[in-house]
Design a protein around this ligand. Structure first.
Ligand code: PEP
Ligand code: MG
Length: 588
């Protein structure tokens, strides 16, 4: 429900990318293409109607080609998905069948196309293979383009927008997002999308403030409305009062000034007030983020989420593509290490079609390592690529979502097969790669001592560990207020895993969102993992907090909170004890 204050409306969505912008709204979505009329075509005019359809297809394809040609270098990795869209324009299922239907049913092209797309959607509903299912989204994007040209609806060319606006869209396709001109667009908001959707990922690559997942922003905002986007808070304000605008202008300049200072300071190592050093690393989704890690003082990549490379395609990538990608990241990050996590798809991840998957509980389903073990062919391609890239840089391997011993054994067996094959083929690779597992399922915490015997390191994923421990869907807005890694159960689990690591002599790194929130740092310092890994933009704030804390005090503090029964009490004590230090961090 929007919150209204006088004429202004505040909406809460999901933070897509941090930063604040204030400007005029620009509604991107085209109207009219949903209202498609059905009418019959006389048989003498059928050829003309088919020609009209073909012309619209050609026009849409030409437009897409122009978009591809204009894609800036820093977004070239998204070209593949657009190339797939290009191929779809001549796809038999879409193109051929629409023409057949125009002929057979003697109906107008718009109606035939809509009907064919709807049939395709129904057909794909019964398919569980995620990559095939993801074609539906592509088909919808492509058919929208054709429909727009058929009905003559005006297509808003994002690259032509020249008024420093805030884009408002139902969804931004990869093509749309890649066409955003930073000089002309201040920020954007969308009805759909989550933090890990393509749109949010590209927004972070572009460093453009955005709020996604607003449900119905396109139904509320009109072009030219004044709007404030607070990407950090995941909040937008429509029709802000003069007072609010002044307030946010101030916040914006404070934010920018603060970021400049803190980013400059982040080049220093993370050292506590009593002289302990802690390794601070970064989580990335795209190779381009390596630059941000370096400018924000990261010492390596603690978590490379590799699924996004798969998500940008409608097929599993080839070994060579993966190898090049991993080698480039390792080379760019050298001498820092790069922990490559194997494919973690399905569940709560950013697969656009996961919601129509036939799994009742996708987060408990065929996700991550389970998927990979069920598709050794796909898994082995990735493992070979990682092993090969590891010959060129400091690469470690990480298996996600481990729930038991046998999964690790099975995964390592496929890794051994991959090594054996590479050896036999005489291909250069690193035999001695370190192998770690994500500890993000409670069963893995309980048997951490056993698991520690067969791996080189642990990486604690508090996002999933909190989700699975507390039975709170991490992506469900309705229970988001209950999701808290400071729950005593989660804190105790994290402590146990770190203690096991110390006892067994293996490194423990923390890579969930918990590690990037300054408020959590006293607890984490007290628990004592070997490294923290986080969104590169969070590094400066975390380093600043670390520099003001003393390890011994934090250890005592952890002993106190381990006795506490609830999040509320823990949080209250944290505020009391560290409130003055937290107030030195204005933004996260
Ligand atoms: C986690 O679960 O905490 C984690 C780091 O992995 P992801 O967010 O990719 O599931
Ligand atoms: Mg996880």
């Amino acid at each position: 429900m929007p919150l209204a204050n006088g004429g202004e409306i505040t909406l809460k969505g999901i933070s897509g990318s941090p930063g604040i912008c204030i400007g005029q709204a620009y509604l991107v979505d085209q109207e009219g293409i949903d209202i498609v009329e059905k009418y019959y075509i006389h048989k003498d005019r059928l050829q003309k109607e088919i020609k009209r359809f073909k012309t619209a297809v050609k026009k849409s394809r030409d437009e897409l080609e122009a978009t591809i040609a204009d894609i800036p270098d820093n977004l070239r990795q998204h070209v593949d998905i657009l190339e797939t869209h290009k191929a779809l324009y001549k796809d038999k299922m879409l193109y051929g069948k629409t023409i057949d239907m125009i002929k057979k049913d003697k109906i107008n092209a718009e109606w035939a196309l809509k009907k064919i797309v709807s049939d395709i959607k129904t057909m794909f509903e019964n398919i569980s293979e995620p990559y095939l299912k993801s074609r539906v989204t592509d088909i919808a994007h492509v058919s929208d383009g054709i429909l727009r040209n058929l009905v003559g609806a005006e297509d808003v060319d994002i690259s032509e927008i020249d008024k420093r606006v805030v884009l408002i869209a139902h969804d931004l396709s990869p093509a749309d997002t890649s066409r955003i001109q930073l000089k002309r667009v201040k920020g954007f908001t969308t009805d759909l999308g989550g933090r890990t959707s393509h749109t949010a990922i590209i927004a972070r690559t572009l460093n453009i403030p955005s709020v996604v997942g607003l449900d119905n922003i396109t139904g509320i905002v009109k072009s030219d409305d004044i709007i404030i986007v607070d990407g950090q808070a995941g909040v937008i304000i429509i029709h802000p009062t003069d007072e609010t605008i002044i307030h946010y202008q101030k916040l914006k300049s404070q934010y920018e000034e603060y970021r400049q200072i803190i980013t400059r300071d982040s080049q220093r190592p993370a050292e506590t007030a009593d002289g302990h050093r802690l390794k601070i690393m970064a989580n990335i989704e795209l190779p381009e983020e390596v630059k941000t890690i370096v400018t924000h003082g990261g010492e390596g990549i603690g978590l490379y989420r590799t699924e996004f490379l798969y998500l940008s395609k409608n097929r599993f990538p080839e070994e060579e593509e993966l190898f090049n990608n991993y080698r480039d990241v390792a080379t760019a990050m050298a001498p820092g290490s790069v922990t490559i996590r194997t494919l973690d798809i399905n569940g709560d991840k950013a697969i656009s079609d996961s919601s129509d998957s036939d799994e009742q509980n996708p987060a408990l389903g065929l996700r991550a390592i389970r998927f990979c073990l069920s598709r050794p062919d796909v898994f082995k391609v990735q493992l070979r690529a990682i092993l090969r890239a590891a010959a060129f840089g400091n690469i470690k391997l990480l298996f996600p979502m481990i729930s038991g011993y046998k999964e690790v054994i099975d995964a390592k067996k496929i890794l051994e097969e991959a090594s054996f094959e590479l050896e036999k083929e005489g291909i250069n690779f690193n035999k001695n790669i370190e192998v770690g597992i994500m500890i993000e399922i409670p069963s893995a915490v309980v048997i951490a001592d056993t698991l520690a015997e067969i791996v080189d390191f642990f990486s604690i994923g508090t996002n999933d560990l909190t989700q699975y421990t507390m039975a709170i869907d991490r992506g469900n807005k309705k229970v988001a207020n209950l999701f808290n890694p400071l729950h005593p159960a989660v804190i105790r689990m994290v402590k146990r895993v770190v203690d096991v690591g110390k006892e067994k002599g293996i490194d423990v790194i923390m890579c969930g969102e918990m590690a990037g929130v300054p408020f959590n740092i006293p607890v984490l310092l007290g628990i004592g993992p070997d490294a923290l890994s986080m969104n590169p933009h969070s590094i400066p704030g975390v380093k600043k907090i670390i520099s003001q804390l003393k390890v011994e005090e934090c250890q005592e503090f952890v002993m106190e909170i381990l006795e506490m029964p609830s999040v509320e009490e823990i949080t209250a004590l944290m505020e009391k004890r560290y409130g003055s230090i937290f107030s030195s961090i204005k933004y996260t």
